[in-house]
Design a protein around this ligand. Sequence first.
Ligand code: SF4
Ligand code: SF4
Length: 149
Amino acid sequence: MSTRIYILRFPKETSNEPIIYQLVKQYDVEFNILKADILPQREGLMILELKGIKDKVNSGLEFLKSFGVKVERLAASIRRDDEKCFQCGACTGICPVGALAIQRPEMTVVFDPEKCTGCSLCVPVCPVRAMEVSLGAGTLAEVEEKTIV
Ligand code: SF4
Ligand code: SF4
């Protein structure tokens, strides 16, 4: 399984096409739209997380390119804001690789960035948003600000 975040730039000719719907249907990938700015007859921009079998994700990206969509990969990493984290443990059940785990007997939640794959599953489950997606040079909000015109 591969989970990656991409910036997609859509030419204005494709603004009315259900391309993402076709992508999901034909290539069996899951998606999470992190940001979208798409209006009729205008170039559009979307920040999209894609999850699926690597070969299918790659084929899906080629499918997007065949419509003239420019695809750019964002390197995501996850960090925890230790000031916000209150050790509730809610994130430990969802992490597929054990990067978030309860340490006994202290019962504290430890985050191991070396194990983390950047899948982002822990981000929405944290009640105080202590798990943050960081994209290369900045946070997701900063990247959106830089990329959306
Ligand atoms: S991003 Fe994924 S792998 Fe990393 S800590 Fe969160 S759930 Fe675990
Ligand atoms: S869900 Fe959030 S607050 Fe709770 S242990 Fe995980 S990071 Fe900390």
